[in-house]
Write a protein that binds this ligand. Structure first.
Ligand code: HEC
Length: 119
């Protein structure tokens, strides 16, 4: 008798779990339809990237020039040239390429941010 009751409890459990399982799939299908709208955000923050990877040599304002770094406030490079330098570095200097550290959107963002440091 006790065994039968136990089996019934387990059965009720399985049924309950099965129900919640189908509820979940219904939920996720409705939430996934709204996901693409929230995924459309801005690109990477160039200022953040700069402060994380570039200030050690170029300084917060771009003019620190530590380790022989170029004073970015007086840089006259075009966007393509800046992207090229940040990506591949400049041979024979401490300016290393960041292509293995930063992805393309981040390099582009930081190359755009660097212009804001110009006087
Ligand atoms: C280890 C120090 C160091 C770090 C870190 C560093 N740089 Fe440099 N950077 C240099 C040096 C040194 C030069 C000068 C190279 C030369 O003499 O031509 C330079 C030059 C540059 C130039 C060329 C300026 C010009 O007009 O010729 C740009 C642009 C630049 N850096 C951007 C960046 C950015 C963006 C970052 C971060 C992603 C960064 N650097 C991180 C040392 C560094």
């Amino acid at each position: 008798m006790k065994k039968a009751l136990f089996a019934l409890v387990i059965l009720a459990f399985i049924v309950a779990c099965g129900n919640s399982g189908t509820d979940k799939t219904a939920d996720s299908s409705t939430s996934s339809s709204t996901a693409p709208a929230t995924a459309a955000t801005d690109g990477p923050d160039g200022e953040k990237v700069y402060k994380q990877y570039c200030v050690t040599c170029h300084g917060v304002y771009g003019d620190m020039a530590a380790s022989g770094a170029f004073d970015l406030t007086t840089s006259k490079l075009t966007e393509e040239e800046r992207i090229a330098i940040v990506t591949n570095g400049r041979e024979g200097t401490l300016m290393v390429g960041f292509k293995n550290i930063l992805d393309e959107p981040k390099i582009k963002a930081v190359a755009e941010y660097v212009v804001k440091l110009r006087k």
